[in-house]
Design a protein around this ligand. Sequence first.
Ligand SMILES: Cc1cc2nc3c(=O)[nH]c(=O)nc-3n(C[C@H](O)[C@H](O)[C@H](O)COP(=O)(O)OP(=O)(O)OC[C@H]3O[C@@H](n4cnc5c(N)ncnc54)[C@H](O)[C@@H]3O)c2cc1C
Length: 410
Amino acid sequence: MERIDTDILVAGGGVAGLTATVAFATEGFDVICVDPSPPVTSAETDGSDLRSTAFLMPSVDLFRRAGLWDRLEPYSAPLRIMRLADAGGPEEAIRETADFVAEDVGRSAFGHNLPNWLLRREIAARIDELPNARLIAPARLDRLTPRTATAIAALSDGATIRAPLVIAADGRDSPTREAAGIATRRWSYGQKAVVFTVTHTLPHDGVSTEIHRTGGPFTLVPLPDRDGDLHSAVVWMETGPRAAELATMDVLAFEAALNARSCGVLGRLTLASARRVWPIISQIADHLDGPRLALVAEAAHVIPPIGAQGLNMSLRDVATLRDICVAAREAGHDIGAPDLLARYSRARHPDILARVLGVDALNRSAMFEAQPLRDIRRVGLKTLYGLKPLRRTAMRVGLGVETTATGQTS
Ligand SMILES: Cc1cc2nc3c(=O)[nH]c(=O)nc-3n(C[C@H](O)[C@H](O)[C@H](O)COP(=O)(O)OP(=O)(O)OC[C@H]3O[C@@H](n4cnc5c(N)ncnc54)[C@H](O)[C@@H]3O)c2cc1C
């Protein structure tokens, strides 16, 4: 039976766990990441994650420092403009748009969009090149026993890992969080997201468009051209039954519904991938620390996919914990000490809570069915857009260059 000593054990090899592994290993920590499934690294393989993620600038900074950005940038599409469109009138037509332009807050782009399967491929390749990082998959973290100076982790393959710090990046149902007895608040919306990619006849010009009508937002996110075709990712949120219907209807009927819902903003859309369905919930852990344990990413918080916040919040968790651990090591302190992990939790929890509540409110307004409420939403959009200081603040908070809780800039 293998016994391994390491500085940090990461439970979960999703995008967040893989990124955390690289981020900490690049700082010189010995890191082991475990996951019950090896990463799926092509779009065509069964189980591939067909979502894409719009990485805002603080996330790009983290990738850069972790030696990942040179690998990722060639595959990314910059987002110059985030366009919110209201199509809440009786007809499926856009009646109000508001453009949030990166240049207005002194940036050339809000962020960069990348397919999730490709992220897994490139981050796993970076782990392979780091001598102090290791991915063990398939292997599940089965049991965690915190001791005074370390935690002892029992894996499903019989191995034992001893580490002063365990990072739980094992997803929304995090077994590690459950075993540590950290409570969460979770609520759902009776809503699901249908996720796929499309080709289209008009260029996206680096504009991400979120169209609000009923059921939830319909979002088109720019991707780089594919085989000479214009290409975008789509997240289409709807009530559960309608999402199930959309995901299974034949392609011709689906494309007709798709083109009606997109209101022609990118010309004619053609389905270019499989369709996957994701349940939409909000969830927040009561705190992010446990004995020798730090929660990050969906183990700590889940939000509906609006405004490109979810994984960006997750990478902010990773960056905050990294900075605390690097400072602790330099001072000769234990990186898994309770006061240090409590400091991490206090540093992240208020910002997470504010974003969870903010995205919850946006999602509820995007779901409005009744015409008067849809009209109020249109007025709200107009007001937010018309007041320049409010618009700039919304952009800076959304971009992650200003935190929601303290108003500090980073
Ligand atoms: C439709 C949709 C669109 C989105 N778009 C965006 C976007 O544009 N921008 C953005 O910032 N965010 C976005 N998000 C959010 C983002 O995709 C998620 O936050 C992110 O993928 C979750 O990553 P994770 O690594 O926390 O969890 P997961 O991907 O769920 O990974 C958890 C991993 O833990 C493993 N695991 C489970 N149990 C164990 C165990 N006992 N031991 C070891 N490993 C274990 C699992 O196998 C899994 O691989 C979107 C989400 C959805 C649903």
